[in-house]
Design a protein around this ligand. Sequence first.
Ligand code: FAD
Length: 479
Amino acid sequence: MAQQFDVVVIGSGPGGYVAAIKAGQLGLKTAIVEKWLDKDNKPSYGGTCLNVGCIPSKALLESSEHFHQAKHEFDIHGISLKDLKIDVKGMMDRKAGIVKQLTGGVSGLLKGNGVTAFEGKGMLKANKVVEVTLHDGSVETLEAKNVILATGSVPVEIPPTPLTEGVIVDSEGALSFDSVPKRLGVIGAGVIGLELGSVWKRLGSDVVILEAMDKFLAAADQGIAKDALKYFTKKEGLDIRLGARVTGSSVKKNQVEVTFETAEGEQKETFDKLIVAVGRRPYTEGCLDKGCGVDLDQRGFIQVDDQCATTVPGVYAIGDVVRGPMLAHKGSEEGLMVAEIIAGHKAQMNYDAIPSVIYTHPEIAWVGKTEEELKNEGVDYKVGAFPMAAIGRAMAQNATDGQVKIIADAKTDRVLGMHIFAAGASEMIAQGVIALEFASSAEDLQLTCFAHPTNSEAVHEAALAVDNIAIHKVNRKKR
Ligand SMILES: Cc1cc2nc3c(=O)[nH]c(=O)nc-3n(C[C@H](O)[C@H](O)[C@H](O)COP(=O)(O)OP(=O)(O)OC[C@H]3O[C@@H](n4cnc5c(N)ncnc54)[C@H](O)[C@@H]3O)c2cc1C
């Protein structure tokens, strides 16, 4: 007989597991279906983010940054090290340990909140019936009052560079190299390409990033993107080639020759490994039965309204499988909103205050509008910027590259955007998110007391600079 639930969630990434926990907390009888098997064929929760995304990549970014600093920066602190070497296996074991701890933690949280877990593949049928094919091949039928689809996304593959075991890999493969490639190619200078390129560059690879677009980080504020490109190419030594469209590849003796077109014509480069990081696409394969009634849009995303309701009443979709930025925290917030709505509460999400972060060094982080967007919208705005070079804490940290930039409405003074290129920008940007969420003015930030010495003082000074009253730099214009 079919088991009955108030809510059945398909997918346990940061969208699905958060939705399930919240639904459990709200007293709804909740089930979650997850098909993920780890490399030892053991079920694992947490989706892309915990298994092969946000968390393992940040573990490697952290390890590689320590190595880079030890090799190149400790000497200015008066610390000298001899015979420094990287133990790639040790670094990978640490990463695996963090993943295990977190995925196990999600399993515990689901149990602790009364969520019933089904380990296998879920398929939505008509009338909110979910059929689960468990890993042992048996089938369970679940009847749900509400269904939340949270099936996430997978890497996009491109015909010129088909994945080839050990040589041409996607982001998942790039998190598991067993040694440092001498020459590494990366296709795509987006978030994932830059982060993974940075990991291996810091460990000693010669890294070439091929990006088809002429513009670097088109979604970011272009003032910040310009600073970042200069730093990555001149100081970090990443070889970033914009306007380079990959057209083919051939694998020979564990190396890959990549052909690409630039304004100068056809070019070739040979790499020991090639990472394809050209984006991700929504994943719904095998999840939507023909009769389930859920519509997809032209790009394969599940079609939803502002509150994540699909075209079928009682069926919702959240996270990477729906429109909007493919970010873990965006999916989690949607999960919380949908669980509240199902419980009969009023809930909505502020899509205008979702932060974006690129975990390079220095980090790039932003929230709200860029100058380019505001210009296009014809909004009259004012800008304040403050360089990290004038921040005492940043000097103490030897991390004086970058700036904080705040954009405010010229008439109302309301903060419209915050853009940061600085060490620790991922933490600092939370201040911009709170400013946007609370509809703060630049003056609100000006009147706030920031701890000294901290890098966040640059946020305070940038807010002051919006009105040309920064204290620790000479203001160009009169008030
Ligand atoms: C290398 C890398 C680094 C990243 N770094 C960051 C970062 O720093 N910050 C950030 O915000 N985002 C980051 N992301 C993106 C982030 O991982 C995703 O935005 C996030 O995981 C999306 O969450 P989700 O719940 O929508 O889907 P997913 O995390 O993709 O989870 C979907 C789950 O659904 C399961 N599933 C799918 N179909 C079925 C089915 N039919 N039955 C049962 N289960 C099913 C899948 O097995 C999977 O576990 C990164 C991604 C990558 C690849």
